[in-house]
Design a protein around this ligand. Structure first.
Ligand code: ADP
Ligand code: MG
Length: 829
């Protein structure tokens, strides 16, 4: 039985890879003989990809060809451009390059190439970020990836054990550009993150910036005739290099002679050079306010969690900058009595912990790796791979007695002969043992069998392994996950399938019903199953995480309206999700794992004006809700609405003054989304009886769209059909007949598609809109291939091929199959 053994810290600034053999951990060195590799990627003019130190060093000379800190946009569709080659890569693709480079280092250091690894992620990572990390690992060639939260990895490396009672501790992780704080606990033999906080704008590089701005640059300006304006690239590079070196050296030394060399010339043509002694004391004065912010965050996190500092058993330090003595001193001063543990190298501690955890995981496909002897007796063994006590139960079963045996005995021995169970009888085909774990590491136990006459048989498996240590509590879901369902009135809402904090792995099964009939004869239609992450009933206020399309071209018989659709969602411990639908009437499964291109609001909205549009739209919506509230709501609701309105107005004002950078736009959109979510809660409360007005709105929209295609393209018979539908629909609207309206909407949509699909524009428009989607790189390979076919067919004007591609791609595109209006969920309760 082989274990995973490899652990990778895929950091924002630096990454590291380690391997564990039992309790022994080796950190692999890279080609520069360093334990850590900068998470930096450069693509040079010739298209060569360079990862690590050399890429990092070239960041100031050729900034357009270097990507760094891309982990910050993990899971987003933003592409980072590389100037010289014109290439554009996502954070996921760049991370894959870093992982590849680490895996090469490990292969060089350890012989065989790794196919499985534990990769760490920040505690704050959500579903999309985790999935993107897992996909990056796959791109890098790993067949099996297990994600583990960084603070848990650090705790494992520090050898956190419960020692008889539950304890709480803090992981203080100050990295290159981010600060992460995790309040952890050991409880019931598991380690888990109770609370996490952070500041994504605080880290070691802010210290470098301070040294440049407050010490080095003023000294140079005093000595040289610097041209006005920003320092030159060359000077900046020299300054940052000197600053980082000084910062690192001053963690050891009291004073350091910083040397700025190779910094270009000043306005008089003199070569800029500087030697300047910097003292640790000066550095500490400079960075104390910065560090004070981290101390304050620790305090508020504890207060919010209702934990007194004296209840903490320790505080563990992680991340390069924690090597500065002032960090430890400040923490010790702020939390007297709390042990501050800095005994492990803070740059590699996360990778080490990941490797230790990996050493407790069995490699997939390797469970029965040694071929069993032909006469081996098959055993079913139940035994935990990680156990916290010195003795651990093992249950076994023999399904079939070997030939020539009427009774069997089993013996389990620790490899090395330090412990043996002695011969234990197998009764009724089962046996039960207490294994004694030897030491703190992994104990391997050999299993032997014999019959009543003493003849021995090989067992399969022939051994089991148990690691003495803490089991890791799987991270609970940070947000709820649910499926979008549509009610009688056509109103969409999220039906929560996994409430937040569900512990993983988890799976859930629920039966829904087809919202409309799906016939194989209508190949441009489908039933959409849409999955959202978030707490709001209004789907759009949440985060889109994926879905599944049951496409008409995939079925042979119709799925009638109301037919059962059994939905099964599974999320594994690494938070990777599979969506599966089973349609009993067809006895057919639909399992495709879909990364549906997301309407990426954040990406589209890096313009303050567009943010204002979104906010304005919400304000309009708020007015409608307010109107309803005046009619049917209570005082509390009205107060709530006023509060929401103030919030939206604040965003509106802020967006008017906002600097035009993507980060602040994103933040504003996020805020707007939150308010929108709250608004939808109020709306839902008020909706009783008002579903009709929504159906009317939908009806009118569909009617208008269909009228336009009818006017331009319909045959006489179709025009007639439209008239009838319009008459019926209008009558239903007049009488407030909900079902009548629903029918009219459905029939109009069908008519629309029937007419429009006759025309090339319908298909070319679809193709163009799919090509323009922001996230097409997330499509599975076959779909990307179809996309490419479609793109070519479009260029050549080959409509038949365009159609084929669009039909194929519909299953991945939200809105597919229903024509221009059909992006709704295809399931109801
Ligand atoms: P991340 O978790 O963001 O990948 P790291 O934990 O690797 O980051 O920290 C990188 C930061 O640590 C850099 O800013 C680097 O300059 C700083 N650093 C590394 N060694 C030391 C040291 N001995 N003293 C102070 N800072 C250090
Ligand atoms: Mg880190």
């Amino acid at each position: 039985m082989k274990t995973v053994d490899i652990g990778i810290d895929l950091g924002t600034t630096n990454s590291a890879i380690a391997r564990a053999a039992g309790e022994d951990v080796t950190v692999f060195k890279n080609r520069d003989r360093m334990d850590v590799t900068p998470s930096v990627v450069r693509i040079d003019q010739s298209g060569r990809i360079i990862v690590g130190r050399r890429a990092y060093d070239s960041r100031i000379v050729c900034p357009g060809d270097v990507a760094l800190e891309f982990k910050r946009t993990m899971g987003q569709s933003d592409r980072i451009p590389f100037e010289s080659t014109g290439r554009e890569l996502t954070a996921e693709e760049l991370s894959a390059e870093v992982l590849k480079s680490l895996l090469e280092d490990a292969a060089r250091g350890g012989g065989e190439p790794a196919t499985a690894a534990v990769v760490t992620v920040p505690a704050a990572f959500g579903q999309l970020q985790c999935e993107a990390t897992a996909r990056a690992a796959k791109r890098a060639g790993l067949k099996q990836t297990v994600l583990l939260q960084e603070p848990i990895a650090a705790a494992i490396a520090y050898g956190i054990r419960p020692e008889g009672q539950d304890c709480r501790f803090l992981i203080y992780d100050l990295g290159g550009g981010t600060f992460d704080l995790a309040l952890m606990s050991t409880h019931g033999g598991q380690i888990s993150v109770i609370e996490h906080r952070g500041d994504s704008m605080l880290g070691g590089k802010d210290v470098d910036q301070l040294i440049v701005d407050r010490i080095l640059l003023p000294a140079i300006a005093a000595k040289f005739n610097l041209p006005p304006g920003e320092p030159s690239r060359q000077l900046r590079q020299a300054l940052y290099r000197a600053a980082e070196e000084a910062k690192i050296e001053l963690s050891q030394a009291e004073t350091f002679l910083a040397v700025v060399l190779d910094a270009g010339n000043d306005a008089d043509g003199d070569a800029i050079e500087l030697e300047l002694e910097i003292s640790r004391a000066a550095l500490e004065t400079l960075v104390t306010p910065l560090l004070q912010r981290t101390v304050d965050l620790c305090r508020t996190a504890l207060t919010d969690a209702g934990v007194e500092p004296k209840e903490l058993s320790c505080m563990l330090l992680v991340g390069g900058p924690t090597q500065m003595p002032v960090v430890r001193r400040l923490l010790a001063g702020a939390f007297p009595g709390v042990t501050i543990d800095t005994s492990l190298d803070p740059m590699t501690v996360v990778a080490r912990g990941a490797a230790l955890y990996a050493s407790t995981l069995v490699r997939e496909g390797d469970e029965a790796e040694t071929p069993a002897a032909p006469d081996a007796v098959a055993l079913q063994i139940a035994c935990e791979p990680v156990w916290n006590e010195p003795t651990c139960p093992l249950y076994g079963r023999v399904d079939q007695m070997p030939d020539g045996a009427t009774a069997l005995e089993v013996r389990v021995e620790a490899a090395g002969g330090q412990w043996s169970s002695g011969w234990v009888p197998v009764a009724d085909g089962t046996f039960e043992l207490e294994l004694h774990l030897v030491g703190q590491g992994v104990t391997r136990f050999e299993i032997s069998l014999r019959n009543e006459e003493g003849r021995s048989y090989p067992a399969s498996p022939a051994s089991v392994q148990v690691r003495r240590g803490l089991a890791v509590a799987n991270p609970p879901l940070p947000h709820s996950i649910g499926a979008e369902v549509v009610d009688e009135q056509g109103v969409a809402s999220v039906d929560i399938l996994f409430p937040r904090s569900t512990s993983l792995p988890a799976s859930v099964r629920k039966t829904y019903h087809a919202r409309h009939t799906l016939r194989p004869s209508e190949p441009d239609r489908s039933l959409a199953i849409k999955i959202w992450e978030g707490e709001y009933p209004d789907p759009e206020a949440n985060q889109w995480v994926g879905g599944l399309m049951i496409h008409a071209s995939e079925i042979e018989r119709p799925i009638p309206e109301g037919a059962d659709i059994e939905l099964e969602l599974r999320i594994d411990a690494s938070r990777c999700m599979t969506v599966e639908a089973y349609v009993p009437i067809l006895d057919q499964h639909f399992t495709e794992r879909v990364y549906v291109p997301e309407e990426n609001e954040e990406a589209a909205l890096d313009d303050a004006e567009e943010v204002r549009d979104v906010v304005d739209e919400q304000i309009d919506r708020l007015r409608t809700v307010e109107y309803q509230a005046r009619l049917v709501g209570d005082d509390l609701t009205r107060m709530e609405l006023r509060h929401l309105e103030r919030g939206l107005e604040d965003i509106h004002i802020e967006s008017a003054n906002a600097p035009r950078d993507p980060d602040s736009a994103r933040r504003l959109v996020q805020k707007a989304k939150e308010l929108r979510g709250k608004l939808s809660l109020v709306e839902q409360r008020l909706r009783r009886g008002s579903g009709l007005s929504l159906a009317i709105r939908e009806y009118e929209r569909v009617l208008g769209d269909t009228r336009r295609v009818v006017a331009e393209y319909a045959k006489a018979s179709e025009a007639q059909e439209f008239e009838i539908l319009e008459r019926e629909g209008n009558a239903a609207r007049e009488h407030g007949d909900m079902n009548g309206m629903k029918d009219a909407i459905r029939d109009l949509k069908r008519l629309y598609v029937r007419i429009a699909a006759q025309h090339d524009w319908y298909w070319t428009e679809w193709m163009e809109s799919i090509i323009a989607l922001p996230d097409t790189h997330l499509l599975p390979p076959e779909a990307r291939q179809q996309l490419e076919h479609g793109r070519l067919a479009l260029q050549r004007g080959n409509i038949a091929d365009v159609k084929a591609a669009v039909r194929y791609l519909w299953r991945y595109v939200s809105g597919g199959g229903g024509g221009a209006m059909g992006s709704e969920s295809g399931i109801r309760h």
